[in-house]
Design a protein around this ligand. Sequence first.
Ligand code: ACO
Ligand code: OAA
Length: 369
Amino acid sequence: MSNSYHPGLENVIASETAISYLDVEKEEIVVRGYDLIELAQNATYLDVAGLLIEGTLPTEDERNTLEERIKSEYGLPRNICSILRLLPEQADLMDVLRTGISALASYDEELEDRSKEANTRKAIRLLAKVPQIVANGYQAKTKRVFVNPREDLSYTANFLYMITGRVPTKMEEDIFDQSLIVYSEHEMPNSTFAARVIASTQSDLYGALTGAVASLKGTLHGGANEAVMEMLLAAGSEAGLETLMLSKLAQKERIMGFGHRVYMKKADPRALLMKDALAALALEKNQPELYAMCVAGEEVMKREKSLHPNLDYYAAPVYYLLGIPIDLFTPVFLAARTIGVSSHVMEQHANNRLFRPRVHYTGPRNLHP
Ligand SMILES: CC(=O)SCCNC(=O)CCNC(=O)[C@H](O)C(C)(C)COP(=O)(O)OP(=O)(O)OC[C@H]1O[C@@H](n2cnc3c(N)ncnc32)[C@H](O)[C@@H]1OP(=O)(O)O
Ligand SMILES: O=C([O-])CC(=O)C(=O)O
């Protein structure tokens, strides 16, 4: 047995996959042969969803069919709505989402069918229903009436509409769609790994996604986008952000939205795309100071720690300007990632080997009761 031990599995190859790959040298996020950033610039979220589950970029007709199939799955079982309402007001919305997805499993008649066809149908159902759980988890928490999806809107416009209660402008819809694309898939982050580990026991897609929600909640992963926005609001200005960052660094605290296990010494290409989106949105919403503050924070981190922003740093203020409540930032990330996680679970089911690593034991031996 090999004795090599890599804390955090750093640089360990854990899987073979044909879904995506972070080519750090070329600064490219390869998704089924395409550059994720080019997809975000030239395709739609549903194109990328089709690409992830089917393996090829859909034609316009195929994308329209996918959208129709998703819309035909809109709607939540009444009991799921009741479950969301039963959770306490103080519940974290990632916990609400985790509970909602977990409960939804029992309503899927194909739950135990691991075939590619059944898993594809389940992924499409999840694409339809997860945004509704996200939006209505918030409605339940804030004791408001539930929102129903609007089939006359595009998938993306409807998602934002369900969250904000307002039909987005074309610009808002396009920027939100770009954000969903850049959040959709990212090789082997902790949440995707967690889902694949669960799926490797031949457990089901809903269970694997439920595990991924729990993983994504943490601030070292998806939870960082909410923490970034709290930091920006607490700082209030460029000077305030510099002071706050310096004091956190002096106390050896991590600054949310900076650093990345894979990109630690390079920029996250997704962050750069969201930075451009923020520049445009801040101008449109007459909030140039928010963009200026983020850029100033980026400079501080480059100067003090040689660290680059990750996607969460710039996605957070973009979501803020789109009118998304802060405690929905991570649930929205999960909704976008649902399709990436689903395609990994499908790949795991199709070519499975149980994950079961060994340990470097540091405890005592030869004790007797
Ligand atoms: C979409 C996403 O999920 S992206 C990730 C979102 N998460 C965050 O933004 C949280 C903040 N970032 C971090 O905590 C880290 O960068 C992680 C968890 C993402 C990656 O961490 P690791 O790969 O474990 O890096 P590691 O802990 O080895 O850090 C290397 C060095 O950079 C420092 N560092 C890394 N990130 C940060 C940060 N955000 N703030 C301050 N210092 C940092 C570490 O303190 C360490 O310094 P040292 O060598 O002087 O001790
Ligand atoms: O890749 C990672 O470790 C985290 C990340 O950026 C993502 O999940 O989008």
